[in-house]
Structures are given as structure tokens and as C-alpha cells.
Design a protein around this ligand. Structure first.
Ligand SMILES: [Zn+2]
Length: 347
């Protein structure tokens, strides 16, 4: 038997006495917590905190030496017991932990889940705390959003978390109520896309004349850029390519050959497809809005056939043959240049 000392009275205790005492204390804390939770809920409802010049029950809790989140946790415990009578019994019977009851509070108070209440409590008895918490939060998010939700895990620097919390304050202010972190993230994403997505920006008045009149400039009017992005769905326009983030405006005919800068003269392409197009390895044919793309003499790519197919009609075959011829010529020129270079180096 291990001998232990009661730090307060400096007397020896045996294991059984320690166990009995801790058990008793745990019960006392639980009883006290339940009682305090009920009092706080009552106080919130009657606004009794105003009598001691507190503006909220959290502020009153601060006077008692509690943090705001501790008070909110106790309030949720009281809400859970208030919404479902069996919760208190189960806590007293040690079948349900206080922590689980706290997590269940929003579910038990959600009118649309009235019939599911007892099911949730029973399930929580079986599940771990973290599973209960995860499931309850997921379900509440679904109800709030009115659609399926996904859990995102993010790893960001502390400084960003700080700024996120600041953004939460500002977004809550704008919404006129406290937003959760989920709601804040949603608000930030909406705000960013609404502000910067070229597909959503309203059309202003175009300030530049027809670009064909000014061959020297390389400037592409904003309204043209938007028109192209809308046409392309803000995605690379090469069939089957889903590149979205880094896109470039590609002249259909080289700019130096006097191409205009209207939507019909430009494609929106990713870096790779822009490079292939510029090198002449991919050649567009037909309307800029819905062209076919030819690669060598072999393959035709279209929106309906992003995997590539053989040329089907005369026009496609002629274009493919011309492209193949041109590529052959270029290759033989390059070979000739190389041979010349070697010769002059040798001579
Ligand atoms: Zn691409």
C-alpha cells in the first residue's frame, strides 16, 4: 500500500480514503457546475446582471473570476439540460460527460431536429467526445448552410490567425451579430470573389477606341479582357485544359504582324498552351470563340473532343497538311543553320 500525505492536514491517507475523497469532490464539482449553469441561464433570461451594472452575463462572470468562454460553456450546459430533460439525469448517472452535453446543446435546441434529440443523446453516450463534437458541429453547419458541408483543415501562421480574428470582428460588426469562425471564413471568401472575380464585375464604359487603329500599343482594354474571361469561363481555352490560376492573353496572330486587341484576336491560355501556340505547334482554326486546334498533321482538338481526333474534312486536312509542311520546313531550316554553323566553325 502506498502511503500518501494530505497536503493540507499533513496526515497520512490510504488509497481508499483518497479515492473516496476524489469521488466525492468530483460529484460536488458536477453538482456545483450544474447549479451554477442553471443560475447563469436564469440570469441571462431575467437580465439580473444589469443590477450590478454589467452589460452581459459574461461580464458578470468576469466579476466572479470566470473567462467569457467558461461562462458560455456553462450556459450551453444549461441550455442542453433545459432542452432535453434526460441530459441532467445522464450526467448525474455519469453516463454522459458535461463536455459532451455542452457540444450537444445547439443540436438539442434546434427546432428542426426536435425528433432527433433523444437519438443524439443516446449516441453521444456511446461515442467518444471528439466524435460527438465533430458530428454535432457538422450537423449544425449543414442546417445553417442548407446544403452539404465539408470540413476544411487549414495550417496558417499565427499572424494570419490574428488577422483572421480581426476580420471576424469586422465581419461580425457588418453582419450585426457575432459570427462563428465558419461564418467568417464564408464571408471572407464571398467578399474576395465578389470584389475581384472578373466574371462578376459590372461592365463600365469602354474608354479606348478600336484597337486595330493603334497597332503600336500592346494595351488590352479591361472590357475586352473581361469579355474573354467570360467567354473562357476564366479557364485556359485549350480543349480539356483546366488550368485556372495563371492565365495569359495570347494573340491569335503575332502582335508584331499587326494583330488587333479585341476579343476575337485573343485567346486566354495557360502558360504551356500559350507557349505551344506561340511556337506554332498548336494552330487555331475557325472562330476564336470556338476554334479547332491542330497539332502537326495528326490531331485535331475541339471542345467536344478534348482528347484529340484525326482530321475529318477537307478543310481540316488541308490545314493540318499546311501545318505539317511548315513544321518540316522549319526543322530543315534549323538543321541547315546548324550544319552551316558547324562548317564555318570547322573552316
Ligand atoms: Zn492550358
Amino acid at each position: 500500500m502506498l502511503l500518501q500525505v494530505d497536503q493540507r492536514t499533513r496526515t497520512f491517507l490510504d488509497d481508499d480514503a483518497l479515492i473516496a475523497r476524489a469521488t466525492e469532490q468530483a460529484q460536488a464539482v458536477r453538482d456545483a457546475e450544474i447549479a451554477l449553469a442553471k443560475s447563469l441561464l436564469e440570469m441571462r433570461e431575467t437580465r439580473a446582471y444589469l443590477a450590478c451594472r454589467c452589460s452581459s452575463v459574461e461580464m458578470f462572470g468576469g466579476r466572479l473570476g470566470y473567462e467569457g468562454h467558461e461562462i458560455r460553456r456553462l450556459l450551453r450546459l444549461a441550455e442542453a439540460m433545459d432542452a432535453e430533460s434526460s441530459v441532467e439525469e445522464r450526467i448525474q448517472a455519469k453516463a454522459l460527460s458535461v463536455a459532451k452535453a455542452v457540444e450537444l446543446a445547439p443540436i438539442l435546441n434546434e427546432p428542426s431536429l426536435f425528433d432527433e434529440k433523444s437519438g443524439w443523446v443516446k449516441q453521444a453516450q456511446k461515442d467518444s467526445y471528439s466524435k460527438t463534437r465533430r458530428n454535432a458541429r457538422h450537423r449544425m453547419a449543414e442546417i445553417r448552410c442548407g446544403e452539404a458541408v465539408e470540413t476544411l483543415e487549414l495550417r496558417v501562421p499565427d499572424s494570419v490567425v490574428e488577422r483572421f480574428e480581426r476580420a471576424r470582428v469586422l465581419a461580425s460588426r457588418k453582419a450585426g451579430r457575432h459570427l462563428t469562425r465558419d461564418e467568417t471564413f464564408e464571408a471572407l471568401v464571398d467578399h474576395y470573389v465578389d470584389s475581384f472575380d472578373p466574371l462578376l464585375v459590372k461592365e463600365g464604359k469602354r474608354r479606348v477606341g478600336p484597337t486595330e487603329d493603334d497597332y503600336k500599343s500592346r494595351y488590352i482594354p479591361i472590357s475586352v479582357k473581361r469579355e474573354i474571361r467570360r467567354r473562357a469561363g476564366d479557364c485556359c481555352e485549350f480543349p480539356g485544359c483546366w488550368a485556372r490560376a495563371f492565365l495569359e492573353f495570347a494573340h491569335r496572330r503575332p502582335h508584331r504582324k499587326g494583330s488587333g486587341r479585341e476579343a476575337r484576336h485573343l485567346f486566354l491560355l495557360c502558360r504551356h498552351h500559350h507557349f505551344f501556340q506561340e511556337c506554332g505547334w498548336l494552330v487555331p482554326l475557325g472562330r476564336t470563340a470556338d476554334p479547332i486546334w491542330i497539332e502537326g498533321s495528326e490531331l485535331i482538338y475541339t471542345r467536344n473532343c478534348p482528347g484529340g481526333r484525326e482530321p475529318e474534312n477537307d478543310r481540316e486536312m488541308r490545314a493540318a497538311a499546311a501545318l505539317a509542311r511548315r513544321m518540316r520546313d522549319e526543322k530543315s531550316h534549323a538543321a541547315q543553320d546548324e550544319a552551316d554553323g558547324e562548317e564555318s566553325a570547322a573552316g
